[in-house]
Write a protein that binds this ligand. Structure first.
Ligand code: AP5
Length: 216
């Protein structure tokens, strides 16, 4: 039976980092709404132009566009075994849409690992993050530096710092997360699907805890 995992956590909690590793370990597909929007931005699509103006300010892309994008992505063949959802759902409207979407596929959300990291650590992580322009792989100047500064270990492409990773925009993203996304903690806890994961530990320790949760 296909597995649908919702990775929950603040900006900088390590959702993208862990989803990348879990995809390799489990064979589940990785759907990152932030990553999909960044692909649209790179291709200068209509959605990309709208998304960029909102993302640069740390604001959400409208629900209808986001939901439609995920619906199309999740219907592709590589999602048949299941999916790790990273950055989606991000509010109760998107969570209800996820339920409907998966119900229509004869399935439901399997488990919701909630990665918990203190705010001061999140700010430190995001201000030191570098992302590959080509693969989207993320690095950190201190915690997971690339072998060669500014170059992706995986594909040799250039690394860049996200416009929304300035301290001011990060604080705004954290505020929006508290207001709009944190209600999902109770939403999934009430359904018995939430599993708390200690996120303030080395990357491989977080992976170990997540893999144990996914195996249950
Ligand atoms: P998105 O790209 O989803 O950003 P986010 O949710 O804010 O999450 P981040 O990517 O910032 O953090 P992460 O948890 O993935 O951390 P990472 O693994 O990179 O969304 C961006 C924007 O798109 C939104 O603001 C919004 O505008 C729009 N958007 C996206 N989804 C949307 C939706 N559903 N609806 C509406 N709008 C939407 O790690 C961070 C850093 O820490 C890295 O440098 C990493 O190397 C390091 N690190 C990770 N784990 C560890 C560890 N254990 N120890 C030390 N360092 C670590």
């Amino acid at each position: 039976m296909a597995k649908y995992v919702v990775l929950l956590g603040s900006p900088g909690a390590g959702k993208g980092t862990q989803a990348d590793i879990l995809t390799k370990e489990t064979g589940l597909a990785h759907i990152s709404t932030g990553g999909l929007f960044r692909e649209h931005i790179a291709q200068k699509t209509e959605l990309g132009i709208l998304a960029q103006s909102l993302m640069d300010k740390g604001e959400f892309v409208p629900d209808d566009l986001t939901i439609a994008m995920v619906k199309e992505r999740i219907s592709r063949a590589d999602c048949e075994q299941g999916v790790i959802l990273d950055g989606f759902p991000r509010n109760p409207v998107q969570a209800d849409a996820t339920k409907l979407m998966l119900n229509a596929m004869g399935s439901s959300v399997s488990v919701v690992p909630y990665i918990i990291v203190p705010e001061d650590v999140l700010i430190q992580r995001l201000s030191g993050r570098w992302t590959c322009r080509n693969s989207g792989h993320v690095y950190h100047t201190m915690f997971s530096p690339p072998e060669k500064e500014g170059i992706c270990d995986l594909c040799g492409a250039e690394l860049y710092q996200r416009v929304d990773d300035t301290v001011e925009t990060v604080k705004k993203r954290l505020r929006i997360y508290m207001e709009r996304t944190s209600p999902l903690i109770d939403y999934y806890r009430k359904q018995g699907k939430l599993v708390e994961i200690e996120g303030d530990q080395p990357i491989d320790s977080v992976t170990k805890d997540l893999l144990a949760t996914l195996k249950k």
